[in-house]
Ligand binder design. Structure first.
Ligand SMILES: Cc1cc2nc3c(=O)[nH]c(=O)nc-3n(C[C@H](O)[C@H](O)[C@H](O)COP(=O)(O)OP(=O)(O)OC[C@H]3O[C@@H](n4cnc5c(N)ncnc54)[C@H](O)[C@@H]3O)c2cc1C
Length: 154
C-alpha cells in the first residue's frame, strides 16, 4: 500500500492532465464553431455544448483538487491511502468521461486523427485501470470510511 500511496496520485495526475488537454482543445474547437462558454450565465440558459463543457470543467476541478491533496500528503509524508484512492477513482472516471465527451462534442473532428482528441480518449482508459481499477479504489475508500477490514468488505 505504501507504494500505491505514492503512485496513485501520479496516475491521477496523468488522468487530470490528459483531460485538461482535451478540454483546452475542445474549447478552441467550440469557439471556432461559434460556441463560447459564458461563465456569467447559468448553464441551463446556454447551448447544450456549452452546458456540457461547464459540467466537464466542474468534474475536472474536483478531480484536480483531490489529486493535489493526495500528492501533497504523499510529499509531506502524511498517511494518504484514503485520499490516494479517492483521487485515483475520481480522476480515472473523470478522465475517461471527459476525453470521450470531448470526442463527441467535436463531432467528426473529434473522431478523426487530424486532432489528438481521439488519442487522448484511448489513452485515458488505462489510467482508470492500472495502479488499481476504479472499482478497487471505491472498495478501499469504503473500507477506510466504514472502518472495515478486507475480510469484512470484499
Ligand atoms: C496496459 C497495462 C499496463 C499495466 N502495467 C502494469 C505495471 O506496470 N505494473 C503492474 O504491477 N501492473 C500493471 N498492470 C496491471 C493492472 O494494474 C491490472 O490490470 C489492474 O489493476 C486490474 O487488475 P486485473 O487485471 O487483475 O483485473 P481483475 O482483478 O481481474 O478485475 C477485472 C474487473 O473486475 C473488477 N473487480 C475485481 N475485483 C472486484 C471487486 N472486489 N469488486 C468490484 N469489482 C471488482 C475490476 O475493477 C475490473 O473491472 C497493467 C495493466 C495494463 C492493462
Amino acid at each position: 500500500m505504501a507504494t500505491f500511496d505514492n503512485t496513485r496520485p501520479l496516475v491521477a495526475a496523468m488522468a487530470v492532465g490528459c483531460a485538461k488537454a482535451a478540454l483546452d482543445l475542445t474549447r478552441e474547437l467550440l469557439e471556432q464553431a461559434g460556441v463560447v462558454v459564458d461563465y456569467d450565465r447559468p448553464a441551463v440558459t446556454q447551448s447544450a455544448a456549452a452546458a456540457k463543457f461547464l459540467q466537464m470543467e466542474a468534474d475536472w476541478e474536483a478531480a484536480h483538487l483531490l489529486m493535489l491533496q493526495a500528492a501533497w500528503m504523499a510529499d509531506n509524508r502524511k498517511p494518504n491511502s484514503l485520499e490516494a484512492s479517492m483521487a485515483k477513482a475520481k480522476a480515472g472516471r473523470v478522465g475517461s468521461d471527459i476525453t470521450l465527451s470531448c470526442v463527441e462534442l467535436a463531432g467528426s473532428v473529434g473522431y478523426s486523427e487530424t486532432e489528438l482528441l481521439e488519442k487522448w480518449a484511448r489513452d485515458s482508459k488505462i489510467l482508470d485501470i492500472f495502479e488499481g481499477t476504479q472499482q478497487i479504489q471505491q472498495l478501499i475508500v469504503a473500507r477506510r470510511v466504514l472502518g472495515l477490514s478486507s475480510t469484512a468488505l470484499k
